[in-house]
Design a protein around this ligand. Structure first.
Ligand SMILES: Cc1cc2nc3c(=O)[nH]c(=O)nc-3n(C[C@H](O)[C@H](O)[C@H](O)COP(=O)(O)O)c2cc1C
Length: 328
């Protein structure tokens, strides 16, 4: 057995295991728009522009947010193997697809949060059903605000009366997209199928009546009628992640903050759902800016709550590691 106390790179099985875990990150429509390349002692993260959603995400903002979430998942996974990571974000301006380069240092005693979050990666999922109000919210909220601030973002929890306004914004976003053929064919391509290694499977979607009890949700193709969680109406907390600007760097950081928030909620027993259909539209962003009442660019809305019945759909699939990781 090799003595890796002085090594500056984790061994190959550790790299494979950490990248595999990183790829459990959430991504817009489960497009998994990332590629990892190990070169000597450095691991590079590239965005895969072939997987960008031309109609939904024309500037690649959500693709980069997804990669940022994968980057935070990766760092969490390595930390749980006692490897500290140093990250250069967008290290080469002549290669805009290169989002990050990661280098490694041994870490004797990572904080316990790392292990809780690494474990949470394995069972985090997007919950589109109505949720009950979260318990222990006051302390969770403080922790979320702190975690998100570390990534240079803010997390604002909205008042209960914002729910109606966001439901209206959701309806408006669906109405504006109803006759957008490119958007519609994209969402139909990427969701509502089974047996694929990408996209949002039917098992993760909600019926029309279930969606009606949530209100703040993207319009996906609906599966057959179902009434899970009885007649529960959504009482999830609504929160907004706001970045300092609108650049690839702030998008990457948004993804990192998103991952930190989702993993903390998951570790605390909450269900989560990231939403971007409102921030895709200028009117939606304006509404969110007025609700949070401070400068910045609202990027992602979060629903955070309790799944009362513990109903969890099967985890969504991911592409095989060989498709996304190159060991040069
Ligand atoms: C940038 C981004 C945007 C997303 N937007 C939405 C959305 O608008 N509505 C939604 O229901 N889920 C949204 N999601 C969740 C993804 O659909 C989900 O992460 C993906 O299908 C993988 O499923 P999982 O999170 O259960 O692993 C988004 C995720 C990310 C990272």
């Amino acid at each position: 057995m090799s003595d890796d106390r002085f090594s500056t790179t984790p061994d190959r099985p550790t790299i494979r295991a950490a990248v595999q875990l990183a790829c459990r990150a959430p991504s817009v429509h489960n497009t998994q728009p990332w590629r990892w390349v190990l070169e000597d002692t450095r691991l590079h993260l590239f965005r895969d522009t072939d997987r960008q959603l031309g109609a939904t995400d024309p500037h690649g903002r959500q693709a980069v947010i997804s990669c940022g979430a994968a980057l935070h998942h990766l760092r969490t996974a390595f930390a749980s193997h006692c490897w500290n990571t140093d990250v250069a974000r967008l290290p080469d301006l002549s290669r805009p697809d290169l989002l990050a380069t990661v280098e490694f240092r041994r870490w004797q005693e990572p904080p316990s949060t790392v292990f809780r979050h690494a474990e949470a990666i394995e069972y985090r999922y997007t919950d589109r059903l109505p949720m009950a109000s979260p318990s222990g919210w006051t302390s969770i909220r403080l922790e979320l605000e702190k975690l998100v601030r570390a990534h240079e973002l803010t997390l604002d929890v909205l008042d209960e009366d914002a729910r109606t306004r966001l439901s209206v914004a959701s309806e408006q976003s669906a109405a504006l997209r109803r006759y957008d053929m490119e958007y519609q064919s994209e969402i139909r391509w990427w969701s509502g199928h089974s047996g694929m290694l990408e996209g949002v499977p039917t098992s993760a979607l909600v019926s029309e009546s279930e969606a009606g009890r949530v209100g703040v949700a993207r319009d996906f193709p609906t599966p057959e009628p179902m009434a899970r969680r009885g007649d529960l109406r959504d009482h999830a907390r609504l929160a907004v992640l706001t970045a300092t600007g609108e650049t690839p760097l702030t998008w990457l950081r948004t993804g990192e903050a998103l991952s930190a928030a989702l993993l903390e909620c998951t570790a605390c027993g909450l269900s989560t759902c990231a939403l971007t259909h409102i921030t895709e539209l200028t009117s939606g962003r304006r509404l969110l800016s007025s609700l949070i009442g401070h400068p910045g660019v609202p990027q992602v809305v979060l629903r955070l709550g309790l799944a009362p019945d513990n109903h969890r759909p099967p985890l969504t699939p991911r592409r095989p590691l060989a498709d996304v990781l190159t060991l040069a």
